[in-house]
Design a protein around this ligand. Structure first.
Ligand code: MN
Ligand code: MN
Length: 453
């Protein structure tokens, strides 16, 4: 009787210990690392999701039951029509495709001390020192006034050079060491070393000139084209297995591409069910979800209105949304072995024990939070119990230790039932985030069960 009353957390490693599960887990992890290696920007991630959708028969032709509605290459809605009327509500999972990075400024290129530099403006919550003295790549899109759209990706192939933000030598860092971290690392000093060889010109800034020549040779662009460009500095190189047992997954952008990958995989693997299933990918979560492609935009409303017109004219969107069950698929912060003191150990999660429910986010007395109600959480627990999928329930850290937000509150305003539910990531927002191979596997199963519910 004692045992039946007590809650016992289930390890994904034990739950998925069979040879078949372990082989499937390894295969999935390999695919995920390839995805992380390829998708380092919003546009690259949406392009990948659209390829996956198109291969599964999703298209902009809304007369069928498989809809694919992209918006400005940075947001995407996929929907699979269910057998029940739309007014019975959707099964919707949303994740965000943006990740913290450095953007090039509009006038990025300058030259100091025989080094050409690109000025940057950081995007999202970064610890600035993590971006110094490491190899970086440049990804993005340049559009010229004659309408050419030029994809840029430098620093990923073996033959390509990489870039770096220079750091101060310890010998001369006495003053810096005495500063607080916040003051010691300054946004304006996050400049990218971009060239060193002078051009054969009479010009003053010869190194700068040489960089312009090379950009023109390779991409056919002029300096003014940089003013409108979207060029992002991201960590260079492959995502990798971490640990002698290859059980951890290391790579840039797992907040929130870990959820983009698992949700997309779960969505595409799911058969058509009773409820219409929706996968919704947003941009700009890391900077407050403002703008045309964010969760606060009208994109979801507009896309669903088009789907209603095509599939069930006359049904009111509000009736669909208030009966919708949704998951805000975003990563969670499990106990960090080296910083356990910031967590409340009774209300935290562990890597390897499955995706984590976060009933609310916010900070300081739940300020700025939307909170899932007990009816919905109980429904979800029952669903996962049915399939024996490990899951956890946790808060983000100790009370008043900090906090954070997700898009859950932006969708909760429509009256849908929504909860944050996603796998744990260590070193979150760093250039090399860490997740668990076992959690990856369990999360796909959990999201898939949700779509089939
Ligand atoms: Mn996130
Ligand atoms: Mn984040």
């Amino acid at each position: 009787m004692d045992e039946a009353l007590k809650y016992k957390a289930a390890s994904c490693w034990e739950r998925y210990g069979s040879a078949g599960d372990r082989a499937a887990m390894d295969g999935l992890a390999g695919e995920f690392l390839d995805f992380l290696t390829r998708c380092k920007t919003e546009r690259e991630t949406i392009a990948w999701a659209m390829e996956q959708g198109a291969a599964a028969g999703f298209s902009g032709d809304l007369s069928g039951g498989l809809a694919m509605i992209p918006f400005r290459s940075k947001a995407l809605l996929l929907a699979r029509r269910g057998s029940a009327p739309l007014s019975r509500g959707l099964r919707l999972i949303t994740a965000h495709v943006d990740t913290p990075h450095l953007d090039l400024k509009q006038h990025p290129l300058h030259e100091e001390c025989q080094v050409a530099l690109m000025k940057t403006h950081y995007y999202g919550g970064i610890k600035k020192y993590q971006w110094l003295a490491r190899s970086l790549a440049l990804h993005g899109t340049v559009v010229t006034t004659d309408g050419r759209i030029i994809g840029v990706c430098i620093g990923e192939s073996q033959d390509d050079p990489v870039f770096t933000v220079l750091d101060l030598l310890p010998h001369l860092a006495r003053k810096q060491r005495e500063e607080t971290v916040e003051k010691a690392f300054v946004g304006e000093k996050l400049n990218l070393a971009f060239g060193h060889e002078p051009a054969s010109t009479e010009d003053e800034a010869k190194v700068r000139q040489r960089v312009l020549e090379l950009l023109h040779e390779r991409f056919g662009i002029r300096e003014e084209d940089l003013f409108s460009a979207e060029l992002q500095v991201v960590p260079a190189g492959r995502a990798r297995f971490v640990g002698l047992d290859r059980a951890l997954l290391g790579g840039y952008g797992q907040d929130d591409r870990l959820c983009v990958f698992t949700a997309t995989r779960a969505f595409l693997d799911a058969p058509a069910g009773e409820h219409t299933q929706v996968l919704l990918l947003f941009d700009k979560e890391e900077i407050g979800s403002d703008g045309a492609t964010s969760a606060k935009s009208r994109f979801m409303e507009h896309a669903l209105a088009d789907i209603l017109d095509a599939w069930e004219p006359g049904t009111a969107l509000r009736h669909v949304l208030t009966r919708t069950k949704a998951v805000s698929a975003d990563v969670h912060c499990p106990m960090d072995p080296d910083y356990q003191d910031v967590h409340d150990k009774y209300n935290s999660s562990l890597l390897g024990f499955g995706p984590v429910f976060s009933k609310f986010t916010g900070h300081g007395g739940k300020y700025g939070a939307s909170e899932a109600d007990c009816e919905y959480v109980a429904w979800f627990r029952a669903l996962l119990a049915q399939e024996g999928i490990p899951w956890q329930m946790a808060e983000m850290g100790k009370v008043d230790e900090g906090g954070g937000g997700t898009v859950a509150k932006d969708l909760a305003v429509y009256g849908m039932e929504i909860i944050d539910f996603g796998p744990g990531v260590l070193s979150m927002h760093s250039p090399f985030e860490i997740s668990s191979k076992a959690d990856l596997y369990a999360t796909v199963k959990a999201y898939n069960a949700f779509y089939r519910s």
